[in-house]
Design a protein around this ligand. Structure first.
Ligand code: AMP
Length: 424
């Protein structure tokens, strides 16, 4: 038989990494519950049509798709928002608004594998459905800020933009939606020349080019400059105003934004309003990103329903934690190895183990049938705190031998006092 490897772009998370992922997921769940987002669990496999409807060319091309045995064209979800939008038009259709959902799990994209870029990765996703108010956008950014803090990250910064600025200019110049999407997609990749080649109208072109020059270090000033730059483009100017109100709310909420990018675009096609990403200085890839998508639910056959949301890249958050030494202090449970002196005492050893576990102590029972010395050596190697030696002589007095492996001391302890002694 050949030795098997993981498929390219897929990873095994070994115990330390799995622990870390569980920790980050836990913090995401905690954030969800503090902000009133209820968890929903949706399928990994969804109809291709749903996943491709509005995710954008970039993601469409990178989707894992196949025909199932019933000849349905399906895909592995590349993100959560489409599934949640589906729910908003079906099972959650009559829920009173706002609806706040939280999801966490694996998503799949055929990206080129590299550091922080995998084909199977984990996201936590928060969606706030049913309002177009700016405070909803602020909430999505604030809860992201909370998650970053909760996992111990420092110096992270938010980058903010509004797709309505560029789309506003393009729409008023009668650039059709398909071309708009193509322009934004290229701008997302910073391929500005390629993006501008798609535009024929000169005035529109010079406004767009000019928008690249508007950024200053002061975010409010940048928003103000965008506003004056797009004067005459009604929708674009409205977008600039929204950006300003959002900046004000975020500053009041204690989450100042580091940069406002006039030409900021994101890969996903469904965004209609503010968009944002969060970064740390040590990594040039985003740890999370989101934005407002007011048309998606309607496109899926629901009523016109504004919505906003965010997806956090949990693998990248883990990477960031490692780079900033923000690894969680593990709550260290006392670890105990239970070793029977003879074969015949296996059952007694099992009983003692159960008793200790009931008291919340981590117990590794000797299951290799090793002699006492070998079993103790192994316990030492594994950095176990105590060995509990279950022997005939002590059992007669309802007791066992408790050996402190670090101190190399041992005492006979009554079983009834065993867990208390270990915990003390
Ligand atoms: P998106 O759904 O494209 O807005 O992505 C949200 C977040 O998911 C990004 O900010 C990244 O942190 C993360 N992400 C996106 N693609 C990948 C990938 N291929 N591998 C790991 N994380 C990713």
């Amino acid at each position: 038989m050949p030795t098997f490897k993981t498929v390219r772009g897929m990873r095994d998370l070994l115990p330390d990494d799995a622990d870390m992922l569980t920790f980050v997921m836990g913090k995401a769940r905690e954030t969800a519950s503090l902000y009133g987002y209820r968890e929903v669990i949706t399928p990994v496999i969804e109809p291709y049509e749903l996943l491709s409807a509005k995710s954008g060319e970039e993601i469409r091309q990178r989707m894992f798709t196949f025909k199932d045995m019933g000849n349905r064209t399906v895909g592995l979800r590349p993100e959560f928002t489409s599934s949640i939008a589906r729910l908003a038009t079906t099972a959650l259709k009559t829920e009173p608004k706002p609806i706040r959902t939280f999801s966490v799990g694996s998503v799949y994209r055929y990206d080129e594998p590299q550091r922080g870029r995998y084909r199977e990765f984990f996201q936590s996703d928060f969606e706030l459905i049913g309002t177009s108010n700016t405070e909803a956008d602020a909430e999505i950014i604030l809860l992201t800020d909370r998650l970053m803090r909760a996992v111990g990250l420092r110096n992270y910064a938010f980058k903010l933009g509004h797709v309505g600025v560029i789309r506003g200019i393009l729409s008023e110049e009668n650039v059709d939606e398909k071309t708009q999407n193509a322009v934004l997609q290229r701008m997302d990749k910073k391929e500005f020349d390629e993006a501008f080649k798609l535009i024929k109208n000169n005035e529109c072109l010079s406004t767009l080019r000019g928008s690249l020059e508007l950024k200053t270090d002061d975010v409010f000033q940048t928003a103000e400059r965008i506003k004056s730059h797009v004067e005459g483009y009604c929708k674009a100017a409205e977008s600039a105003d929204e950006l300003k109100s959002l900046l004000t709310l975020l500053t009041e909420g204690g989450c100042p934004v580091k940069s406002v990018e006039p030409a900021f675009a994101r890969g996903l096609e469904y965004y209609t309003g503010m968009i944002f990403e969060v970064y740390i200085p040590e990594l040039d890839i985003a740890l999370g990103g989101g934005g407002r998508y007011d048309k998606l639910i309607e496109l899926f056959g629901g009523e016109s329903t504004p919505a906003t949301g965010v997806a956090h890249g949990l693998d990248r958050i883990m990477l960031a934690m490692q780079m900033q030494n923000a690894a969680p202090m593990k709550e260290r449970k006392k670890r105990v190895a239970v070793v029977p002196v003879t074969e015949a005492l296996k059952g007694e050893a099992l009983k003692v183990s159960q008793l200790l576990r009931e008291a919340g102590i981590l117990v590794e029972l000797e299951v290799m049938g090793r002699k006492m010395n070998r079993a103790l050596e192994d316990a030492d190697r594994r950095k176990v705190d105590y060995a509990v030696i279950v022997g005939e002589r002590e059992l007669k007095h309802n007791a066992v031998v408790l050996r402190n492996l670090a101190k190399r001391e041992q005492n006979v302890v009554e079983i009834s006092r065993l867990s208390k002694t270990i915990m003390s």
